[in-house]
Ligand binder design. Structure first.
Ligand SMILES: [Zn+2]
Length: 247
């Protein structure tokens, strides 16, 4: 990740492990190094960066305990849970304009296979699960965000966490979410990634909507005639998320 380091603080950044890339005249954090100590130098990022296909006004960092497949130690893993009203961008083959569109996502969904995340959002997961960081896939030759074991550094696969039965972030047979913790994400969430199966009983996760006033997206979801208000809701979303209004 690139950093914005003032000249006066360059020694401090270097001491923490940042590296200087002379050709780009830019400080960066090498892959595999925890990002948390570098938070103060994260660049401001526009959540409307091209390529981000998920956005949500009400989102939670959910943490859970998960046994590492390699060393069998219990590790803390994190995932982003988007509330109903989140949107995802898709392009359909038969779309006459070929421009794609933002569509309302249904239900509560965990985002996963995340390959891009604005730094201020990533930081909120890293604070809860310090080994949530970027990993590099040799198979696809691309970087993406993944949980790692603090004891042996093994990567915990998103498929296992978010897709396979028994994973901490898939619908639970027993409805028991008492071992999970949710903290609401500050600011609008945006990411490039996929999302998983609907979590129908997400409000049972401790911390989800705990003692908070209904957020705008709750009000939207609760309104029976949401379609009639779709335009103004979208305009508001665009304004909040900093997208140029096209409606
Ligand atoms: Zn391990």
């Amino acid at each position: 990740m690139d950093l914005k380091v003032p000249y006066a603080e360059k020694d401090q950044a270097e001491a923490l492990g940042a590296r200087w890339e002379a050709s780009r005249r830019c400080w960066y954090v090498p892959d595999g190094v925890d990002l948390l100590p570098f938070r103060r130098w994260f660049p401001e990022q526009d959540p409307g960066l091209p390529g981000l296909n998920l956005r949500s006004l009400e989102t939670y960092v959910v943490t859970a305990t998960h046994r590492c497949w390699r060393c069998q130690q219990d590790t803390v893993v994190a995932g982003f849970l988007m509330a109903p009203g989140f949107e995802d961008f898709s392009v359909w083959q038969d779309d006459p304009e070929g421009q794609g569109h933002w569509g309302g996502g249904e239900g509560w969904r965990f985002a996963f296979h995340v390959d891009a995340l604005p730094s201020p959002i990533a930081a909120q997961a890293i604070m809860r699960a310090p080994r949530y960081r970027r990993a590099f896939s040799q198979a696809t030759r691309s970087a993406y965000w993944a949980n790692h074991c603090p004891a042996c550094e093994a990567q915990q696969s998103d498929s296992r966490l978010f897709e396979e039965a028994g994973g901490p972030f898939v619908p639970r047979e027993d409805g028991d979410w008492s071992g999970h913790r949710a903290v609401r994400v500050k600011g609008a969430f945006a990411a490039a990634g996929s999302f998983g199966r609907a979590i129908d009983d997400a409000t049972a996760i401790p911390g989800v909507r705990a003692g908070s006033a209904p957020s705008p997206s709750v009000a939207i979801a609760a309104r029976p005639n949401a379609d009639a208000r779709g335009f103004s809701i979208l305009s508001r979303l665009r304004r909040w998320l900093g997208w140029a209004s096209s409606g």
